[in-house]
Structures are given as C-alpha cells and as structure tokens.
Ligand binder design. Sequence first.
Ligand code: NOJ
Length: 553
Amino acid sequence: MTIKRTWWKEAVGYQIYPSSFMDTDGDGIGDLNGIRSKLDYLKELGIGFIWITPIYESPNVDNGYDISDYQKILSTYGTMEEFDLLLKEAHKVGIKIIMDLVINHTSNQHSWFLESRSSVKDDYRDYYIWADGTIDGPPNDWVSIFGGSAWEYDEMTKQYYLHVFAKEQPDLNWENPRVKRDLFSMINWWLDKGIDGFRVDAISHIKKAPLETSSENDPFASFKNVPGIEVHLEELRDVFKNRDILTVGEANGVSAEQAHQWVGETEGYFNMLFEFDHISLWNKEEQETLDVVHFKQAITRWQEALADGKGWNALYMENHDIPRSVSSFGSEETVFWKASAKALALTFLLLQGTPFIYQGQEIGMTNMPFASIEDIDAVDTKNFYYEMIHAGVEPVKAMEVIRRTARDNSRTPMQWTAEEYAGFSKRKPWMVINPNKQEVNVLDELADPDSILNFYKKVIRLRTENQALIYGTYKLYLPEHPQLFVYGRSLGEERFIVIINLSKDFASADLPKNVRIEEWQLELCNLNEHTIHQHTIFAPYEARIYKHKIAKQ
Ligand code: NOJ
C-alpha cells in the first residue's frame, strides 16, 4: 500500500519546555520571546514544527498542566500578542507550531471548578466527578498516578472529587455533554487562530470505569483506556476533521495491537501516538543497563503494528517527563558520552514515523546531579520522595533513586553557552543549571564539526533527502542480538541499513547473508570511518548507516 504524503510525516519535531528554553525578560523563567529568538537555530537544525508544553494561565502546581484559563497566556511567558507574533514569525521561516491540549483535567483554580465545588446544586457541579465517601473514607480504592488516593475530600460540600494526577488537577467529567461542548469550542478557537495542531495530554484517561470497580491488579486500570472511551474520541476526532493539522495523543495504556484503531489513516482518532512501551523499559529503579532485546521488541511491535499505511508512529527518546536519554539508555561517562548520544540519535530518528527531539537532547544534555530534594520542583517526585522517607528509606538512598528517576532531570535550563547562567538568562534561573554547561552547550557544539549537534543536523538532513527513510518499510535484523540494534528501511530500489551498538562493550556479529557487503556504502558513522565486513566488530556505542549502492546511481 502506498502511504499518503503529508507535511507532518516529513517534518522533524522539537519539543520546547518553555520555562527552561530561553529567558529574554530577565526573570529567570523562559518566555515566548525567548522561543522566537531561537527560531533560526531551530530552522538551521532542520526542524519543521515545534510542540510547546502548556503556556496557558496556571497556578503551576504541575508546571502548566493545571490550567486555570485555556484562552490566556501565563504572564511569565508573555502575552497573547507575543504568542501571535511567535506564530507569525515561525510560519515565516517554515516552522509550524503545535500546542499542548490538556483536557482530561483542569486546575482547581479554573472558574468551572470554583463554581462546581461551591454547591452540589451548582450548574457546573457535573463538570467534575464528585462522589460520597464510604465508611473507609474515599468512594473507592483508586490511586492517583502522582501517589496517594485519587480522591480529595472537599469540606465545602462534604463530597470527594476525583483527580488522576495531583489533587489540584480535578478530572473533568466527559460524560457531561456540556463539558465536551465547552472544550471543543476552545479547541476550535485555537485552531481558528492558525496553530498547526495539538499534542493531546493524558487522553487515554478521559473515560472512567464504574466507581464500584476495584483497582486490584493494575492500580490505574480504572481510568486507563477504559472501554467506551471510543465514543468520546470519535467526537474529538470530528473536531479535528477537515483541518490540515498534526495531532499526537499521549496514550498510556494503549497497546500496539490497538494502535491502528487510534491512528488509522481514515478512521483514527489522532495522526500518531506517544506510546509508553519502549520508555517503560527504563523506569525500573534498580536497572543499570538497557535490555537491548526487549527494547528492540518494543520498538518493532509498534513499527510493525502501524506498517503499510495502517497508521503512523511518533518517535521519541526524551520528553519533559523522563530523565535524559543519554543518562538512561546511553552513558554519561566521558569516554562514551558523545558516541552514545549520537548512537541514540540513529536509534530513533530514522525509524518509521515522525521524530520528536526534546530540547537539549541534540547537544547531549545529561541528568542533573541534584544535591537535595529542595532542588526538585516536580510535584510527583516530591510525593515519591516523602513516601520513601515515611516508609523508612534513608534520605541518602532516597535521593539516589530521585536522581535517577526524577523528571526534573530534563527540566534544567537549556545550555546555550558556558556562561554562569548558561546563556539561558541574565539572572539565577527558576531551576538549577547542570554544572556540565562548560562541556555541553550549543555555542561550542555549533563550532565543532564532530559535535552531537552537528551529527543531529546530518541525520536530519539524511532523512529529509531520502524518501525511504520517511516512507520506507522497516525491517529488524538480528532480533536476539543482546547489544546490536540493526534495522533496514527500504522504498522500491532505495535501501538503507542502520547498525547501532547500544552497549559499552565491543560487539561482534555476522551480518545477514542477504546483506552483501560490497553493495553497501557508508553514509554516516559516529566514530572513525569504517568499512563494513560480513563478520564485523563494533566499538562501544558505535553507530553506522549504509545505503545500498545500486540505489545511489
Ligand atoms: C502528562 C504530562 O506530560 C505531564 O507532564 C503531566 O504532569 C501529566 N500529563 C498531567 O497533565
């Protein structure tokens, strides 16, 4: 089946976490003008669209994912006029903008919630999910993704409300048609403004199981991809229909087998999904090295599930919710850092789907050596830390776990230069700066032809110039190899093979018999140039991409 060409399949995305991207007004927090000032940098990198995490009015309990007004810009980021200017200038240089759409919940400061909690008889009461308590306290045993009960007692009306995330993020009641009507009109308002799409937050949680359901096996099963969700998603799809936009759903709990229903070309709810399979392989607190075989299986499951036009993938190794990929999947050790960051670039940028680079990933930013819990901002991480302390874990041990798992690892300010505040701001930023800014920063990497940044540029250019790397089929080789990730992409005569050693050790392999070595030419490599042999040895984190010579003529 030929795959329909569209801009969002061909573009490479870049995720911006605005508070840590670039500060221009000197308050230590990034802003919209900061994003605008870096458009040329992004263009030069080869970026086709940016996804900006929430910039709406918010008390910032969950850094913007608790929205109190969907149609206002938070003043620390700027004004609506500045947003319009950003949109206009981005479009002028050929960069599209997608926004974060947070419609599973609002802030408890949103006017709907303030009304809703004011009385059981209030007109907005049913905008949220309220229930009476039981003899044991909350209405049931559901737990929040951020820790503790998913229910919060409200003194005012003597009932509990549901919150899948923090207690300041009450869940909207999607069974109420008025909620959907108001959300959909807000979505249309943003689309009419000319934005180019949405990353749709926590969308697999909008449907809840009956409140009698117990959360025995999977603690989140009662609000994760619950049957009946399709009714809401079909309505949402109708809002997006007939617009030339990119929609990517955050789809915790959606399996590869179900994915085609969510992202099929004609009937899908979204253009693509952020799946959780390959990333969850790192979540293990104790894990020290990547399980390469399982990683390849997870990637391949999604590549195959959405092959041949059955759908489209969203590709990522980092975002604002997980530690830095080079620290988890690669290595921070000086000898391996650069090679492993480049190896990870080749691991995801050339798979079938649309790649999303997270700010700083392109220069190999690493986890932050957080000194104490005081340096942490993320609400879930603080909860988790104090849960460990209450359970008797030594503070030093608890901090070790936090350092490895905290999502603030990827929220430290972008390292533009080696200056005191990393060229991010003129004053002390809202969040600690990684001390490795001397070695890891944009300015130095721009000047170094062998830098991670310049490698990203080359890989992106390769993808842009070769249709096979966008629309070609994917094939996994050596599935059982414990160190090497070997995959092919092909479209008609055009064929590529990517070989990556995802380990700190030398790896050897017999290449597949049908890969006749003399027919392949090296396009890019993260170490010195090598000639491929049928039996070959790969250095730690070595990564290469070859193109079939026949297709070159
Ligand atoms: C997913 C977002 O990526 C995360 O940052 C946020 O905390 C939750 N959804 C709740 O909105």
